[in-house]
Ligand binder design. Structure first.
Ligand SMILES: Cc1cc2nc3c(=O)[nH]c(=O)nc-3n(C[C@H](O)[C@H](O)[C@H](O)COP(=O)(O)OP(=O)(O)OC[C@H]3O[C@@H](n4cnc5c(N)ncnc54)[C@H](O)[C@@H]3O)c2cc1C
Length: 396
């Protein structure tokens, strides 16, 4: 069933939004309701990747929002990009993560750390949406502890020979290019032997392993990537030798804002469903929204969503101005993901029995939201990052 998504709107004018941002929001919102919402539950139930939506998003220029037009992007900013992820995630988490992983993880490191030749080679196809991108950092033994990378890339003449396994690579199966990390000295354990590389689909030795069967975001592609003597041209190394770990950490600082935006959209979607139901359903002769306990729950959801929205937009706004944003990105991701979980939990409760069924999207939102507390640094890691910032700032 199509979710009732139009009844609640806490997106009041914000100091972070220009008129252009509001126009983009309205355009994406209309697109999301018309094209994405009607298929969201089918994607979830059948675990189908939304190829047709990806094509439509490319036509609208929504797969390269923050990149300059000369590189195939829309030439907008990161606030606009967060609005896009938020509005898509509001109706479909699968679509939201597909766009966020493609943009913040699959394209951003090439744009940020690539040479001009590398940018020209890969970014236009990605930013225009002609092709999807992906990012592979996580390994079986290297999750939160990304320094424990074991994939190796050994120099052999004018090539790098890559071996090892990456896991949980979003968009991995469909990506034309995957940015990944590997150790150039297999015996080393420090971060200075970790480099970033780009591998293109179809490269001999690049294999696709297990496709994850997940709790939520079930239409999203989450793939194991296996390298077996995969030979990459020397020019596929991104940035300086030994710089890969730092580049990936920097990439995640930006990516976290987009996971915050995704969480924000999911939370708003939960409020949409809960409010619409609470305004219609009557028990004891009263609409649910008129009962104080239900009203309080809705009020808390709306207030937390408004606060999360400000954190997400502020982090993106800072990034757009070249200001430090790592701390604000962690605030945004941590807070918005926990707000999404609370909002989704509340939505199921406000709906009662029907909230527990697949008739309404509340249960899907609950399942989809959980990833936002895990991907791109778990909540525990965000608290660690924030505490380190606080310590550093206090000592400065
Ligand atoms: C759907 C999905 C999509 C993903 N997409 C991508 C992707 O595109 N690319 C990619 O590279 N990765 C991706 N990931 C991987 C994701 O980033 C990792 O799962 C995440 O970083 C956690 O790593 P882990 O799963 O190994 O958990 P672990 O690191 O094993 O953590 C397990 C638990 O221990 C806690 N913990 C670990 N270390 C500490 C510590 N120092 N202090 C306190 N608590 C700690 C964690 O917070 C967590 O609760 C994806 C994962 C999922 C589920």
């Amino acid at each position: 069933m199509t979710p009732p998504t139009t009844s609640a709107d806490t997106s009041v004018p914000s100091p972070f939004l220009t008129e252009e941002h509001v126009q983009i929001r309205d355009m994406v919102r209309e697109f999301a309701l018309r094209e994405v919402a009607p298929i969201a539950s089918e994607l979830d139930e059948t675990k189908r990747f939304p190829h047709e939506t990806v094509k439509k998003l490319a036509e609208l220029g929504l797969l390269g929002v923050p990149w300059p037009q000369e590189y195939g992007g829309a030439g907008l900013d990161h606030v606009a990009y967060m609005i896009v992820v938020e509005e898509l995630s509001r109706v479909c988490g699968t679509t939201g993560i597909t766009v966020a992983a493609h943009t913040s993880l699959g394209t951003a490191p090439i744009y940020a750390f690539g040479t001009e030749a590398q940018r020209r080679k890969w970014v236009p196809r990605l930013a225009s949406g002609e092709a999807l991108g992906a990012f592979a950092l996580t390994e079986p033994g290297a999750g939160s502890d990304a320094k424990a990378t074991k994939v190796t890339a050994v120099r052999d003449g004018d090539a790098w020979v890559v071996n090892g396994t990456k896991i949980y690579c979003t968009n991995g199966t469909h990506a034309a290019s995957i940015v990944f990390t590997a150790r150039t000295d297999p015996k080393a354990t420090g971060t200075d032997s970790i480099c970033a590389f780009v591998v293109e689909k179809g490269t001999p030795g690049l294999h696709y392993g297990k496709l994850e069967d997940k709790l939520g975001l079930r239409g999203s592609d989450t793939r194991e990537i296996v390298f077996q003597d995969c030979r990459l041209p020397a020019e596929n190394r991104l940035g300086p030798e030994g710089g890969g770990f730092g580049q990936f950490m920097k990439t995640l600082e930006g990516g976290r804002i987009s996971i915050g935006a995704m969480a924000l959209g999911l939370a708003q979607g939960a409020l949409d469903v809960a409010l619409a139901h609470a305004r219609e359903r009557k028990q004891f002769g009263l609409r649910l929204v008129e009962m104080q306990a239900v009203g309080n729950r809705l009020a808390d959801m709306a207030m937390e969503i408004a606060a999360a929205r400000n954190l997400v937009y502020e982090a993106a706004w800072r990034k757009d101005r070249g200001m430090p944003y790592a701390l604000q990105g962690s605030y945004a991701k941590l807070f918005a993901s926990e707000v999404a979980m609370r909002a989704a939990h509340s939505a199921v409760q406000v709906l009662g029995g029907i909230g527990y069924t697949r008739e309404y999207p509340a249960e899907r939102i609950l399942r989809d939201s959980k990833l936002t507390e895990i991907g791109e640094g778990t909540s525990e890691i965000q608290r660690l990052v924030i505490a380190r910032h606080l310590d550093k700032l206090a000592g400065a």
